[in-house]
Design a protein around this ligand. Sequence first.
Ligand SMILES: NC(=O)c1ccc[n+]([C@@H]2O[C@H](COP(=O)([O-])OP(=O)(O)OC[C@H]3O[C@@H](n4cnc5c(N)ncnc54)[C@H](OP(=O)(O)O)[C@@H]3O)[C@@H](O)[C@H]2O)c1
Length: 315
Amino acid sequence: MTTVTLGPNGPAVSALGIGTWAWGDKLFWSYGKEYDSTALQEAFKAALAAGITLFDTAEIYGFGESERLLGQFMQQMPQQPVQIATKYFPLPWRFTGDAVADALTASLKRLQLPSITLYQVHWPFDFFMGQTTLMNALADEVQQGRIQSVGVSNYSAEQMQRAHEQLAARGVPLAVNQVQYSLLARQIESNGVLKTAQDLGITILAYSPLAQGLLSGKYTAETAAPSGARRLDPRFSRSGLEKLAPVIQVLWSLAEQYERTPAQVALNWLIAQGNVIPIPGAKNADQARQNAGALGWTLAPEDVERLAQVTQAWQ
Ligand SMILES: NC(=O)c1ccc[n+]([C@@H]2O[C@H](COP(=O)([O-])OP(=O)(O)OC[C@H]3O[C@@H](n4cnc5c(N)ncnc54)[C@H](OP(=O)(O)O)[C@@H]3O)[C@@H](O)[C@H]2O)c1
């Protein structure tokens, strides 16, 4: 399995991770209705069997349930190396560095782990705490060994640069900026995030890399819309799906050419950008296996370009 380092010299992880927002989340996703913990455990096992070791979670996913499920699944496969990336949520009433330590303690307890591979700040809010206190608290945790690397999420180029400098003052690299990035969300190519990350050696973790399922090709103007919150997303409406049809057509044609699936082609395109680790969500073993199959092969440069051309409107 191909591995990449997080940041310039951080931990080596699989070149694709599995996102676990849907694991235990009933608010946005339909956990407990359309899929359950048994299906998720099968997804976990299938990902590991396919060589994926990186799992992305957050303290807020399912109000801790995502971390709790991961903790249980890991306990049942104690020999299996797993790398956890979780996230700290900067709530307004968390205003001292101790709040970071307490949130991490609670996450580690749910995960049943003494330490994790990556700890990320979920959104660039700091309220009364301020970024300096926040970054110092994270650097303290690296020094204490409870986290191996530090990341941020949803940070602009400028915010990322500042976090990089604040951590560097403590001798800790900023390893990751986790941002939305897919063929249907290409803003980071023009807003400076991708370029700044490349210049500073910060790895991009691409979230919603399948545009929440749209790039799998299974949602079309003729099929039923997904249940749950995605029903309210105009991209999943009839007109949204009609607009998407030319993109899906190219994905299907490349999928046939490479004997892959549209989802695998869409994920492979992200990897082709360099310095990008996609973290697609998976709700069952089949999705986990399929997404892992985005690794181990490469789209030809002209096909990478063809996808860039057909998704120019999403840049
Ligand atoms: N930092 C942040 O602010 C932030 C925000 C959002 C997400 N994230 C992270 O990024 C991860 C992934 O993002 P996401 O879950 O929003 O979107 P995504 O990965 O683009 O899409 C995931 C959804 O697509 C469908 N799917 C996945 N693999 C498939 C396959 N091979 N074939 C067909 N359908 C497939 C599944 O839903 P259906 O089967 O129901 O269609 C799945 O729940 C999250 O789990 C989370 O870890 C982070």
